[in-house]
Design a protein around this ligand. Structure first.
Ligand SMILES: [Zn+2]
Length: 119
C-alpha cells in the first residue's frame, strides 16, 4: 500500500491510443465521471454530425453531448474516435432513418406478396 501502481492512465505520460486501431486519441472526461475517446485535431460544424454524437467542451473542461436541434450554425463539436475508427463497426448514426428503412423493407415484402410477379 502507499505506492502509485494504480494511478489512473491519464496521469501517465504520453497521449492515449485507441485500443482497437492504435491511433492516438484524446481521452476527455464527461459529466458522468466517465471518459470518452475523441478524434484528435478536428472540430467539424455540429450540424454535419448526428445530434447524439456531437461532443462540446464545457467551461470545466469536460465534454458533453450537444443534442440541440437544430444546432447553432456556427457551433463546432468533437466526434468520438469510434465513429472514425477503421477497426470498429460504425454504430447506428441515424436511428430514425434505420427505422424508416426497416418499415420500407416491410412494405416492400408486403407489396411483393400482394403483387406477385407474372411468370
Ligand atoms: Zn481506433
Amino acid at each position: 500500500m502507499g505506492d502509485y501502481q494504480d494511478e489512473p492512465p491519464r496521469l501517465r505520460a504520453g497521449q492515449p491510443h485507441c485500443p482497437y486501431c492504435g491511433l492516438p486519441v484524446d481521452r476527455v472526461a464527461t459529466p458522468e465521471h466517465d471518459w470518452v475517446l475523441l478524434e484528435p485535431g478536428m472540430a467539424p460544424l455540429a450540424h454535419v454530425v448526428p445530434p447524439q454524437h456531437r461532443w462540446i467542451e464545457r467551461s470545466d473542461g469536460r465534454v458533453t453531448v450537444y443534442g440541440v436541434s437544430p444546432p447553432d450554425p456556427a457551433q463546432r463539436c468533437r466526434v468520438e474516435h469510434r465513429l472514425a475508427c477503421a477497426a470498429q463497426p460504425l454504430p447506428d448514426l441515424w436511428p430514425w432513418l434505420t427505422a424508416l428503412r426497416t418499415e420500407n423493407d416491410r412494405r416492400t415484402r408486403r407489396t411483393a406478396r400482394d403483387w406477385p410477379h407474372a411468370g
